[in-house]
Design a protein around this ligand. Structure first.
Ligand SMILES: [Zn+2]
Ligand SMILES: [Zn+2]
Length: 470
């Protein structure tokens, strides 16, 4: 007898769920009788087939406490599908309250890789792992206050607590562009909250504002305590501090400045005061801020230990590198990006100290386009090779010769954790002596072949060397 191929099991299940959703009416009726564990494959198939009505009904009858679409690869801009899911939420439904309320308490619309569709199978009866812990109307806060109320007043009737017991959380990431569809989606969410009479907690974790426009204020109804990641392009510091005065739980902040924005005066002072309140910040990236001579002020206000610091194109000077090399932030830093700054200006001593201090933790270093010459590179090479945790190193767009590149390769292959190197096209490959003119492709091919051969000889074929960041 022919053995059943393991791959055929999900295929069978898939075809069963497909036939179930192909006839919408039958499918919807079947939901009432469907065993719990079949909801997950049915939901996955309905998402793949973009069956909006079916998705809404599945959410209505969802038999678990939480539903995360995280790993299902839904396009962020598939707003029609997202709206169908939100429409299925049984917020403030009298019928559901009388029958014990809906099972679903957390609908999570974020795209997250490796996220289970429900936490139920990993922690039965426990709360969803992704529940909000900050907001005043999150499930956890509401339940905690209910519990303490019960302790104070044991005679409180059950019905008094019914409404708060049915708080539902809707977790989203919002990428705000000045397009009409996202504005429509935000209006839709706003309306849902208004209709819920306080039973729906909209929990935005990541907010990305692509460019400031007159509509940006539409996102201000979001609860600032829930936002842990803020990304803003083309930002003016004044807009930032005005728009978001209370982002107290921010873990990650990425700002790209409007061109020619100087970090001085009252706006910069207000920004520093604002930054100084973010005591959970782990990842800070500022691009195109004119920070020359001001890095000490910036570092001095930080309340938390950063994992990642990126300051590309911030006009950092040699003095700023000295300040950074003395900062306590270097003790635990794992990622550092100082690209597109003229860091050395004739001296490399501060950068050597910087590498020494970060050598035990630094995993990812980018110093692209920092005017690093052969002599600077050979001076910092020894410190670089002592960075025992280094996994990624990018130093493209620096004027380095093939001879310096070879010396680097010979030394760095001893760093066993280093897996990825992005290196500059050596000066020898340019037709002219000037940096960044015509490349001689034949010479470049020879360089790449030589790098490959040297990695083979050093038995480090596991390392990936490339010329461009991709
Ligand atoms: Zn969950
Ligand atoms: Zn929240």
């Amino acid at each position: 007898m022919e053995q059943m191929n393991e791959d055929s099991i999900p295929t069978l299940l898939e075809s069963a769920t497909k036939s179930l959703i192909s006839d919408e009416r039958t499918g919807m009726r079947a939901l009432e009788l469907l065993p719990k564990h079949l909801f997950i494959p049915l939901f996955t198939t309905a998402i793949k087939c973009r069956q909006k009505n079916m998705l809404k009904e599945i959410v209505k009858s969802w038999p678990f406490q939480c539903l995360h679409i995280g790993s299902l690869n839904i396009d962020d801009s598939a707003y029609d599908l997202l709206e169908a899911l939100v429409d299925g939420l049984q917020v403030h439904s009298e019928q559901n309250l009388s029958s014990g309320g809906p099972k679903l308490r957390v609908l999570d619309l974020r795209s997250i890789r490796d996220c289970e569709i429900t936490c139920y199978y990993r922690a039965q009866n426990a709360s969803c792992f992704h529940s909000c812990v900050y907001s005043q109307n999150s499930i956890l806060t509401v339940e905690e206050s209910q519990n303490s109320d019960r302790c104070i007043e044991l005679s409180a009737s059950e019905t008094e607590n019914v409404s708060s017991r049915h708080t539902i959380e809707l977790i989203v990431n919002i990428s705000f562009r000045c397009g009409s569809r996202i504005r429509q989606f935000i209006q839709f969410l706003k309306k849902k909250i208004q209709q819920s009479s306080g039973h729906l907690h909209l929990c935005c974790r990541k907010l990305h504002i692509n460019s400031m426009c007159v509509h940006t204020r539409k996102v201000l109804f979001l609860q600032p305590a829930c936002i842990n990641s803020l990304d803003m392009n083309q930002v003016h510091l004044m807009d930032l501090t005005n728009l978001f005065p209370r982002l107290i739980h921010l873990h990650r902040l990425r700002l790209i400045a409007l061109p020619f924005q100087y970090c001085e005066g009252r706006n910069f002072q207000l920004f520093l005061a604002w930054l100084g309140k973010l005591d959970s910040l782990q990842d800070l990236c500022l691009s195109f801020f004119y920070l020359t001579g001001h890095l000490d002020r910036l570092l001095s206000v930080l309340q938390s230990q950063l994992d990642s610091l990126s300051l590309p194109s911030c006009n950092l000077s040699h003095r700023d590198v000295t300040v950074l090399s003395q900062s306590a932030q270097l003790n635990h830093i794992t990622q550092l990006n100082l690209s597109d700054n003229n860091l050395f200006q004739g001296s490399y001593h501060s950068f050597q100290i910087l590498l020494q201090r970060a050598s035990r933790t630094l995993q990812h270093l980018e110093i692209r386009n920092c005017q690093i010459t052969d002599s600077i590179f050979s001076a910092i090479l020894s410190n670089l090779s002592h960075c025992s945790e280094l996994r990624v190193f990018c130093f493209s767009f620096n004027p380095i010769s093939m001879r310096a590149l070879k010396a680097f390769l010979q030394k760095i292959t001893a760093c066993m954790k280093l897996q990825r190197v992005v290196y500059p096209i050596p000066l020898d490959c340019y037709e002219e002596e000037n940096f960044h003119t015509t490349i001689n492709n034949q010479k470049l091919n020879e360089v790449q072949a030589q790098v490959k051969l040297m990695l083979q000889v050093a038995k480090r074929e596991d390392m990936y060397w490339s010329i461009f960041t991709d």
